[in-house]
Design a protein around this ligand. Structure first.
Ligand SMILES: Cc1ncc(COP(=O)(O)O)c(C=O)c1O
Length: 363
């Protein structure tokens, strides 16, 4: 029996292979590969989709975080605060930007930053709070912003897993002081390589991001800001992203249906994190179980691929200094979570196989 894969990117390519090939050939023939009309067009399309005035495309999601953190950090502040269960990207970007990192715990129901724990732990050294919409679920940005703004810190949404999420307050990515995106190929809107973007409603933040993503230049060859770097989306990726953006809402809705099917099938004792409404993009299908390893072995025996997002919290990573912080919920969840396959082109027979494998597990 074939494996049910965690992902198969060739399926989404085959959906519109001819159009993609034509876009790639057009870009090739145009002879314009960086900072051209396709990047400009994609930035405008994404800004319109998010309903924000500014989108600056960059090289990848981690660069987007690093550049946005530098652009946002208020003078005199030194520290970035984030959750420790979101894969380490915020911590790595903060360190690259030259800032210290501190952590708050997450809510056991949502797995996203817990606004009450954040309010208890935030200090006036913190200049930016990163709120990750983990697994695609919209986090509580309003309550987090309230706690952050109360001590003079700004809020950056990490939307790498959550492009397309829609909340009563607006699109995920338009809810805080700035937002970052990744177009890594397995993301809900994926490129054929690396890509990323920063979005913001604030003109000054956008200008600073524009400078920092190109050497700190305000005009050609004039370095106005220290700490600049080179991080750009290329025209080929921009063309692909423009082709795919109109398909995103349907893809996200297909992902949510897959996760809902798993929720219906799961036995007592296996919790499927819900992805019931448009506040969730269905990026990852994550289940929680007391004996995660036994569930994993059971699924793999049924030839269903699994993964863990993420096995080691940031504050326990060997290459990061967690400073001895204790995060009980984060630590407990890292032993309980298991990801099962979800992508828009997953076939009905594959969805049923995952559902049956979940249903036949005895916790
Ligand atoms: C939550 C989150 N933030 C940031 C990133 C980093 O994006 P990239 O791989 O494009 O650097 C990723 C994914 O890789 C992610 O899942």
């Amino acid at each position: 029996m074939d494996w049910v894969p965690m992902n198969d990117l060739s399926r989404s390519v085959s959906l519109h292979r001819e159009e993609l090939l034509a876009d790639l050939v057009d870009t090739l023939d145009s002879g314009w590969f960086l900072l051209g009309p396709r990047t400009t067009a994609f930035a405008a399309e994404l800004a319109a989709y998010l309903d924000v005035p500014h989108v600056v495309p960059v090289g990848n999601g981690t660069d987007a975080l690093e550049i946005a953190l530098k652009a946002l950090m208020p003078d005199g502040r030194t520290t970035v605060l984030c959750a420790a269960n979101a894969g380490g990207y915020g911590s790595v970007a903060a360190r690259r930007a030259g800032f210290a990192v501190s952590y708050a715990d997450v809510d056991p129901a949502t797995h996203c930053l817990d606004p009450d724990d954040l309010a208890a732990r935030i200090s006036d050294e913190v200049g930016v709070v990163i709120v990750t919409h983990l697994y695609g679920r919209a986090a509580e940005v309003d309550r987090i912003s309230e706690a952050a703004h109360a001590v003079g810190a700004l809020v950056l949404e990490d939307c790498a897993q959550a492009l397309g999420g829609l909340t009563p307050a607006g699109r995920v990515g338009s809810l805080a002081d700035a937002a970052t995106f990744s177009f890594y190929p397995t993301k809900n809107l994926g490129a054929l390589g690396d890509g990323g973007a920063v979005a913001t409603s604030f003109d000054e933040v956008a200008e600073r991001v524009r400078r920092l993503h190109q050497y700190g230049w305000d005009t050609k060859y004039r370095i106005a800001d220290d700490g600049g770097r080179n991080s750009r989306l290329d025209e080929l990726q921009a063309a692909v992203l423009s082709r795919r953006l109109p398909l995103l809402d349907d893809w996200n809705s297909a992902r949510r249906s897959v996760i809902s099917a798993y929720a219906d099938a799961a036995p007592d004792g296996v919790r499927v994190l819900p992805a019931a409404d448009e506040g969730h993009t269905g990026h990852l299908a994550v289940v929680e179980a007391d004996d995660r390893d036994a569930l994993r072995a059971h699924l793999e025996a049924a030839r269903v691929r699994t993964d863990v997002h993420y096995p080691t919290p940031d504050h326990q990573q060997p290459g990061l200094d967690g400073g001895g912080v204790v995060l009980p919920v984060t630590e407990r969840l890292s032993t309980r979570v298991l990801s099962v396959p979800v992508f828009p082109e997953l076939r009905p027979d594959e969805i049923s196989r995952v559902g049956e494998a979940l249903a036949s597990f005895r916790p």
